[in-house]
Design a protein around this ligand. Structure first.
Ligand code: AR6
Length: 170
């Protein structure tokens, strides 16, 4: 099999994969949550590289080196802020997964882990976000002929349970 999708409970900064995805903000200059954890562990050279990128729009993605992280690369994407669901949030969240996977494919990466984008500080309801994540990644992989392992890296037990039940239905 050339593709796989799984869900684990872990700190994404500890994963030694080709890439981990960062749930960043439009400045790409760091913040709280998983973004803060990634910048702390990757070190100041990550911030220096991010300063050259000119920010990132919601739904888009940009790639940097992993610096002091065990992952080789970081794919920074900017999820939508949840505003009740009538502000194009679902399409923008799907675009985060789609564009991140597009970058992984363009760089011929074989493994990538996603955090639960937008479900922390940005307030996206977990169950709805997980469904978009699983659907978008599944659709991408079904049309992709390279080899790619995708891991949903959940921080909480609740998130892990949500992803596992969606993956079991596929
Ligand atoms: N490993 C894996 N998942 C984590 C980790 C970790 N080390 N830390 C947190 N999470 P959030 P957002 C989970 O708030 O909602 C930042 O300030 C967390 O439990 O990190 O997209 C940015 O700069 C949650 O499920 O990102 C933006 O301003 C998920 O990661 C803003 O927050 C996402 O939560 C982005 O908000």
């Amino acid at each position: 099999m050339t593709h796989s999708i799984s869900a684990i409970q872990a700190d994404i900064t500890e994963l030694a994969l080709d890439a981990i995805v960062n749930a960043a903000n439009a400045s790409l200059l760091g913040g709280g949550g998983v973004d803060g954890a990634i910048h702390r562990k990757a070190g100041p050279a990550l911030l220096a590289e991010c300063r050259l990128l000119g920010g990132c729009q919601t739904g888009q993605a940009k790639l940097t080196q992993g610096h002091d992280l065990p992952a080789k690369y970081i794919i920074h994407t900017v999820g939508p802020v949840w505003r009740g669901g009538r502000d194009n949030e679902a399409a923008l969240l799907a675009a985060c997964y789609q564009n991140s996977l597009g970058l992984a494919a363009a760089h011929r990466l074989n493994s990538v882990a996603f955090p639960c984008i937008s479900t922390g500080i940005y307030g996206y309801p977990l169950a709805e976000a997980a469904e978009i994540a699983v659907d978008t990644v599944s659709a991408f992989l079904s049309g992709y002929d390279g080899r790619l392992e995708v891991i949903f890296c959940c921080f909480s037990e609740q998130a892990l349970a949500a992803y596992r039940s969606l993956l079991a239905k596929r």
